[in-house]
Design a protein around this ligand. Structure first.
Ligand code: GAR
Length: 193
């Protein structure tokens, strides 16, 4: 049998990191070799520490000069030689030097059906609050390539989630997250295959 080499995956996360944890536990033919975060105190970092996953903290506190911060991303990523970079609740913009170097290798998950409820300022619970406010009867999940503009890269896969009349932003976020785990894993497993 032909042995498939594990793809080298780097995850970027800023918060609870449940997508990161789900991918870490379930990805096939891929290995998460590094977590990059701007937030040293987030749950994603705690999980990485507990599971002995390498961590790199890159933020303006450590790198107050933007040019140096952007260069640091480059130094770190180049040293790990990733096949794939996954954004999973990463709340900072990926700098242009990284987008240019890793073109079509950076993927993001967004908790709505882009282009709806996307762009600057639409992240996490804010997205679900906007969906509830809109009165839409469905929302969803989008997996897309990352380019220089917030939530504008080429869509890879999308999936609907129904909005119930009784839903609020919290109940909706839970339903959408469940779908996120499924869809992100599906896309990453396909990539690794
Ligand atoms: C997820 O819902 C993800 O789609 C969203 O942040 C949440 C992170 O949850 N990302 C964005 O809003 C990006 N614009 P997690 O940390 O538990 O995976």
């Amino acid at each position: 049998m032909v042995e498939i080499k594990n793809k080298r995956i780097i995850v970027f996360a800023s918060g609870t990191g449940t997508n990161f944890i789900n991918l870490y536990n379930n990805v096939i033919n891929g290995k998460i070799i590094l977590l990059v975060s701007n937030n040293p105190n987030c749950a994603a970092v705690k999980f990485a520490i507990q599971n002995k996953i390498d961590i790199s903290i890159i933020n303006t506190y450590r790198f107050p000069i933007e040019k140096n911060k952007n260069k640091q991303y480059e130094i770190v990523l180049n040293s790990y030689k990733p096949d794939l970079i996954l954004l999973a609740g990463f709340m900072k913009k990926i700098p242009e030097n990284i987008i240019a170097l890793y073109n079509n290798k950076i993927i993001n998950i967004h908790p709505s059906l882009l282009p709806k409820f996307g762009g600057k300022g639409f992240y996490g619970i804010k997205v679900h609050e906007a969906v509830i406010k809109s009165g839409d009867s469905f929302t969803g999940v989008t997996i897309h390539f990352v380019n220089g503009k917030y939530d504008k890269g080429l869509v890879i896969m999308q999936e609907h989630v129904l909005v119930d009349k009784k839903d609020n932003a919290i109940t909706l976020s839970k339903k959408v997250l469940k779908k996120e785990y499924e869809l992100y894993l599906k896309v990453v497993n396909l990539f690794c295959k």
